[in-house]
Ligand binder design. Structure first.
Ligand SMILES: [Zn+2]
Length: 676
């Protein structure tokens, strides 16, 4: 009875929670949630929006809070015991959610409400909720006959095995390859630190010399700095041919099986293709729209990419008499050219980005734009002493959110940066429950003699995650499952990416980019360099991203049953986007984990999609002033506070007055036609 997780709490009582509290709390909260679902299905009342859809959305609140506390800790402050509990409770949680999706009585009630939706006089938010609940069942086969349901389960089982195998093969191929160099001269061009790392790696495997592998920390610097062209070629071909060696680790069959099973699954559920199925729940909506988007961007970015490629080829010719620039030359000469053009490194910038100043800056910007005030408070419990806690209020002092900030690495925290929440926002019984949002990053720790100074990349990361945090903090919806960042996948990066833009603006930098010793504001000529180097080779980078997006859409946008050869199919899909000479030894698809192992199938386009959204949104700010209240208020009202309560394109148009245009991105990236 003394389990603090099961007692009501507002901010999480971390000091009272012991690891042994989690499992019993999970089990009891799952029982409670099951009882709440039973109460929905066991009634004699006819199904209504309130007694079914709303009741379902508000069921399992306690389980939700316990889960967020537990999984947030497992990411930011874990230990072996917590990891063990995670392994124990994860199957229980998936069984729990399966029980819900397979609950026929529940689906029948939802279906009845859904069938009557036009007569229910629902608000847009309510209609969105109803649709979301219905789709979460129908897209998992709830409407199918028993026979088809069985086939769907077979497909899902086969797909999860194939995806696993696909990933295992790539991992094994990555681990099998080793390039052991016995002469130091073979590493010429590499910075000392990289050479040391290669020597260390060899030593750790009881080998003499220097070891280069296909892992990014080893592969990337070698391709960027190694002067030896033959070795770069060897490494590049090995990297590009993972899963393409006609051996036991070959992924060609797996690719064909995966795309065919995905297609069959989509058709079974009534969709024309896997892409049609996936995109139904995306802002882009259809494969036609995605292809149109990718091709429009391609047409407009290609001239710039070709110009950059020509410039790079000329540079390589001039420097080393390279006749035809190959895939294994790209990053090497690009790095050299970049050094020549910009000569900009992190150490020049870091003194202007002391962590405390950057935080104060991002808060100031949030105040100017959205009238938020951040006050550090010391009466909220935290899970580690390095975490900072803030009370976020509006100008009248009303609580908007609690904000946790956890910035430095330590053992027990995973790498990367993310936003999460300890408590969601929703409205119930006329009370607007305010959220508790958290940002977790891994920035360099201060030492007794030096404060934490961020690289420019870390500054944009901080702004990015803070943008996600604003989406959570300013949420103002009724139903928990539509609140904050619960939006379509290709819409969720708008608030985060748009915030990054302020890092490049004089007016914003003046607020916080002050030298940590002298207080001097960052010189504008440095800012100009940051901007220019940020768009260096943007045309080629864009073309590369588009080529992956188009390949993804080719695999998933139509019936794949007639595709016989992976490489032939891929070469055709790349026809419009390739700059380098074709290499028959390599294949992208057999190692394209994003779409064949991870969750990006029919979704790779969303990287560029999100960039267009944020560039177009920021162009509006630029037009009226980056601190313009009118634009900021529209952004708050139509985007940040609305979560997933409405169609994202409608929300966007209400903010911007029109659909996003790719020109905004081209302009920002310096890709619009320049007369030379
Ligand atoms: Zn993000």
């Amino acid at each position: 009875m003394s389990n603090p997780l099961l007692a009501p709490f507002d901010t999480v009582p971390f000091s009272k929670i012991k690891n042994e509290h989690f499992k019993p709390a999970f089990i009891q909260a799952m029982d409670k949630a099951r009882a709440e679902i039973d109460a929905i299905t066991n009634t004699d009342e006819a199904p209504t929006f309130q007694n079914t859809i709303v009741a379902l959305d508000f069921s399992g609140r306690q389980l939700d809070r316990i889960s967020s506390v537990f999984f947030n800790l497992n990411s930011a402050e874990t230990n072996e015991e917590i990891q063990k509990i995670a392994q124990e409770v994860s199957p229980l949680l998936s069984a729990f959610s399966n029980d819900i999706t397979l609950n026929e009585a529940l689906f029948n009630r939802i279906k009845t409400v859904f069938a009557n939706k036009t007569s229910l006089d629902l608000t847009v938010e309510q209609e969105t909720l109803l649709e979301k609940k219905y789709k979460s069942f129908s897209r998992n086969g709830a409407n199918l006959s028993e026979g088809k349901k069985n086939r769907l389960r077979e497909i899902d089982a086969a797909l999860s095995k194939l995806k696993l195998k696909f990933g295992e093969n790539i991992l094994a191929e990555t681990n099998t390859f080793e390039m052991l160099l016995s002469e130091e001269s073979a590493l010429k061009g590499l910075p000392e630190g990289e050479k040391d790392a290669a020597a260390q790696l060899a030593k750790s495997k009881n080998k003499d010399g220097w070891l280069i592998t296909l892992d990014y920390p080893s592969y990337v610097p070698f391709m960027k700095y190694a002067e030896n062209r033959e070795l770069r070629k060897k490494l590049s071909l090995a990297f590009g041919s993972k899963g393409f060696h006609s051996n036991a680790l070959d992924n060609q069959e797996n690719v064909l099986k995966i795309v065919n099973l995905r297609h069959e699954r989509a058709v079974l559920l009534g969709y024309r293709s896997h892409a049609h199925f996936v995109l139904e729940e995306r802002m882009a909506e259809t494969p036609e729209k995605v292809n149109e988007f990718l091709n429009e961007l391609l047409e407009k970015a290609k001239p710039a990419a070709q110009r950059e490629f020509k410039q790079l080829e000329d540079f390589a010719k001039e420097l080393d008499a390279i006749d035809r620039l190959q895939k294994w030359d790209g990053s090497y000469y690009a790095e050299k050219l970049k050094q020549k053009l910009f000569n900009l490194d992190d150490e020049q910038l870091k003194p202007y980005f002391k962590l405390e100043n950057v935080i104060a800056g991002v808060f100031k910007i949030a105040e100017k734009l959205f009238e938020l005030q951040f006050e550090e408070v010391f009466n909220i419990e935290k899970y580690h002493k390095d975490v900072k806690t803030y009370r976020v209020t509006d100008l009248k002092g009303n609580l908007i959110s609690v904000f946790y900030a956890d910035f430095h690495p330590r053992s027990g925290k995973r790498g990367g940066a993310w936003m999460t929440s300890f408590k969601p926002q929703y409205q119930k019984d006329a009370i607007n429950v305010r959220p508790h949002i958290s940002n977790v990053c891994n920035f360099t720790k201060p030492t007794p003699s030096k404060p934490s100074l961020l690289t420019f990349n870390e500054v944009t990361t901080l702004f990015h995650e803070f943008g996600h945090a604003l989406h959570g903090m300013l949420a103002n919806t009724t139903y928990p499952s539509l609140s904050g960042t619960s939006v379509f996948w290709d819409f969720v990066e708008l608030p985060s990416q748009v915030m990054e833009n302020w890092c490049f603006e004089k007016e914003a930098l003046e607020l916080f980019a002050h030298h940590y010793k002298t207080g001097e504001v960052i010189p504008m000529q440095l800012v100009q360099k940051i901007k220019e180097s940020a768009t260096f080779h943007e045309g080629m980078a864009t073309l590369r991203q588009l080529s992956f997006g188009l390949l993804d859409m080719s695999w998933h946008g139509a019936d794949p049953s007639s595709i016989k050869d992976v490489k032939t199919f891929e070469t055709k899909a790349f026809a419009n986007t390739s700059l380098y000479p074709e290499t028959p030894e390599t294949c992208m698809s057999t190692a394209f984990s994003h779409i064949f192992q991870g969750g990006y199938s029919s979704g790779y386009y969303s990287y560029k999609w999100a960039e267009v959204l944020d560039a177009d949104a920021f162009a509006y700010f630029k037009e009226k002033g980056i601190f313009n209240k009118e634009v900021a208020t529209k952004f708050k009202e139509h985007i940040l506070s609305k979560g997933g309560t409405d169609n994202p394109m409608e929300l966007y148009k209400r903010f911007r007055g029109s659909e996003p245009k790719v020109e905004a991105l081209l302009e920002r990236a310096g890709l619009l036609d320049k007369k030379e």
